[in-house]
Design a protein. Sequence first.
Length: 191
Amino acid sequence: MQFNEELTLVRDTEATIIPAGETRILPAGTRAVISQALGGTVTIRTDSGLFRLSSQDWDALGAAAQAQLDEVAKEAKAAELAPSDVAFSEELVWEAMRGCFDPEIPVNIVDLGLIYDLQIDEPDADGRHVVNVKMTLTAQGCGMGPVIAEDAKKNIEALSGVSNAQVDIVWDPPWTPHMISEAGRAKLGLE
């Protein structure tokens, strides 16, 4: 997908301001450039700053852009393991969290080193687990924290072996770039 092509929003659409985390309606006619399309969301750059669009609002970018984004999402989904096809495991939870991205950084939250703790309770009578995660953010003032935590919660709860997920944001220890995994460092060109 071409990320440097200027698009024009074809309808008013709700978007999340990055990094404030607040929502705003962007009016039809707003010029935008896609800067990132990962984890089922798109980050766009406008004259007013960065915004995040959920997949339900991709049509606002026009039919051609929506078709391309839908294809990218379809290919990404095909590459994932189907949760019902494999037995529940801790690795599945980690993989679910790898589908969550900071909207400003093209690296998933696991490889960014944002996940500090993962606890999985014993299965209940139905064989399902409660999952508890402690995560941080790259900056304490980032208003996107609750949005990213909710993404992680949804991805984890989509696993068939999970009854509930709790994702808490913590600040101790403070995150530093040294926490980025080798894979994340390579993606960012920090090797």
